[in-house]
Design a binder for this molecule. Structure first.
Ligand code: PLP
Length: 385
C-alpha cells in the first residue's frame, strides 16, 4: 500500500513526471483502478464486472484488473486478443476458469472473418437480429449467445441504444429461433448508454429483461445469465447522482425480479478508469486575439482531448502556478480550427513552456487519439502498478 498522498505532493509528483518524461504525458494510477473495482464489487456483490476494454484498452489495465478478479467486455477481435494474450499467463481465480467467465464479445455486429477467428475460443457473443444469428450459427458454431435487447436510454450522456438491440416484442422469437438452429442462448443483455444519470433506465431495462426471461422459460428455454451492461456514472461534477444509490436500487430489483441462481454480470468501462488518469500538457504557443489570451498546447481534440467530441465530456484545465485569472481560449497543436479545447477556460497568465493538467481523463480519451498532423498520442506513464 502506498502512503496517503496530499494533493500538494500529488501535484509535485505529476509535475516531476512531466519534466522527466516530456509532454503530453498521460499518467495512469493503478491504485485508483483497484479502488474503483473494489467499490464496484462492494456495492454490487452479486455482479461479476466485465471491464469494457474500449474505454481504455491499455494492456496494463487489463492485467491489473484481471489480477483482482475482473473479466472483460471486448468490441473487436484485436481487443479480444489484447485481453487473451495478456491474461493467459496469469493464474485464474475460480470465477475466471472458463473463457466465458473471462471475456464477452459484446459488439452485436461481427465480421464473418472475426467469427471464424473467435470460434476456436468458444466465445460468449451478443446478437440482436436474425441475420447476425444465422452468421454466428454458420461461422462460429461453438459460440454461446447473449441476446441484446433495446432499452430506454434517455438521460445518458452518450447514447448507444438506438444502434443496437432487439425490440422486446421480437426478443423471445429470436431466442427460440437460436435454439431451433442448434445454438444455446445463455443470457440476455442491455446497455443503457454511457454515463447514465437516469436510474429509471436501469429499472425499466431489468423489468423488460425479467419478463422476456419469464416468457422464454414458459416456452421451455431457461436463460442463465443477466448482463446489465455499462453506463455506471462517474462523479465528474456534483450533478452526477450517487453510484451507491444506483447499486442499492439494482440489488433490490435483482432480488425482486430474478431467480436466485441467475448469474449477473455487468460491463463497466468508464467507472473503472475515468478518474485513474491525469494528463499533463505544455503551453507551446501564445497569442492575444480579440483581447482574449489564447494558448496553444501540445495535446488537443484529435488526441487525448478526443472525449470533448466523442464523449461529450469536458476536462477543466488547471495550472500549476497561481496568479490573477482570466477567461482564455485553449487550442490543440494541429492546424484545424476544430482543434479547440475550450473558448472559456479560467487560467492565470501563462508563459510558453508552462504546464497544465486535466484530471478524470482516463476513459474514452487516449482510446480515440489519432496521429493527425503527425502528432502521436500522449505517452503513458503507469504509477502504483
Ligand atoms: C461501451 C459499452 C460499455 C461500457 O460503457 P461505460 O458507460 O463505459 O460503462 C458496456 N457495454 C457495451 C455493450 C458497450 O457498448
Amino acid at each position: 500500500m502506498r502512503m496517503k498522498e496530499t494533493p500538494k505532493n500529488w501535484l509535485k509528483k505529476i509535475e516531476r513526471i512531466a519534466k522527466l518524461k516530456g509532454t503530453p504525458v498521460f499518467i495512469l494510477d493503478h491504485e485508483k483502478i483497484r479502488q474503483n473495482y473494489k467499490e464496484f464489487k462492494t456495492a454490487l456483490p452479486r455482479v461479476q464486472a466485465y471491464f469494457a476494454v474500449k474505454a481504455n484498452s491499455n494492456p496494463e489495465i487489463v492485467k491489473t484488473l484481471y489480477k483482482i478478479g475482473a473479466s472483460f467486455d471486448v468490441a473487436s477481435f484485436p481487443e479480444f486478443m489484447v485481453v487473451y494474450q495478456n491474461i493467459k499467463k496469469l493464474p485464474a481465480k475460480k470465477r475466471q476458469d472458463f473463457i466465458w467467465d473471462k471475456i464477452i464479445y459484446a459488439n452485436t455486429i461481427k465480421r464473418i472473418e472475426t467469427l471464424h477467428e473467435l470460434d476456436q475460443y468458444k466465445p460468449l457473443v451478443t446478437y440482436d437480429n436474425i441475420e447476425e444469428l444465422k452468421k454466428i450459427v454458420k461461422h462460429a458454431p461453438h459460440a454461446g449467445l447473449v441476446l441484446r435487447i433495446r432499452v430506454p436510454n434517455t438521460g445518458s450522456m452518450v447514447e448507444l441504444s438506438s444502434k443496437f438491440g432487439a425490440s422486446p416484442g421480437e426478443a423471445v422469437d429470436l431466442i427460440i429461433e437460436a435454439f431451433k438452429l442448434g445454438i444455446v442462448v445463455e443470457g440476455i443483455s442491455f446497455h443503457v448508454g454511457s454515463q447514465c444519470n437516469n436510474f429509471e433506465n436501469y429499472m425499466q431495462a431489468l423489468q423488460i429483461s425479467a419478463s422476456i426471461m419469464k416468457e422464454a422459460a414458459s416456452r421451455g428455454h431457461r436463460i442463465k445469465i443477466l448482463d446489465i451492461g455499462g453506463g455506471f456514472p462517474v462523479k465528474y461534477n456534483n450533478k452526477v447522482k450517487s453510484f451507491k444509490l444506483l447499486a442499492k436500487k439494482l440489488n433490490a430489483e435483482f432480488e425482486r425480479l430474478f431467480p436466485k441462481d441467475i448469474e449477473i454480470l455487468a460491463e463497466p468501462g468508464r467507472f473503472m478508469v475515468a478518474n485513474a488518469a491525469t494528463l499533463v500538457t505544455k503551453v507551446i504557443g501564445k497569442a492575444v486575439r480579440d483581447s482574449k489570451p489564447c494558448y496553444y498546447l501540445d495535446d488537443g481534440v484529435y488526441h487525448t482531448f478526443s472525449g470533448i467530441v466523442f464523449d461529450h465530456c469536458t476536462y477543466p484545465l488547471k495550472a500549476f502556478k497561481d496568479g490573477e485569472k482570466k477567461v482564455s481560449a485553449v487550442f490543440g497543436p494541429t492546424c484545424d480550427a476544430f482543434d479547440t479545447i475550450s473558448v472559456a477556460e479560467v487560467l492565470p497568465d501563462l508563459e510558453i513552456g508552462d504546464l497544465l493538467y486535466a484530471e478524470n481523463i482516463g476513459a474514452y480519451s487516449i482510446a480515440s487519439s489519432t496521429y493527425f498532423n503527425g502528432f502521436p498520442p500522449a505517452k503513458i506513464v503507469h504509477i502504483n502498478k
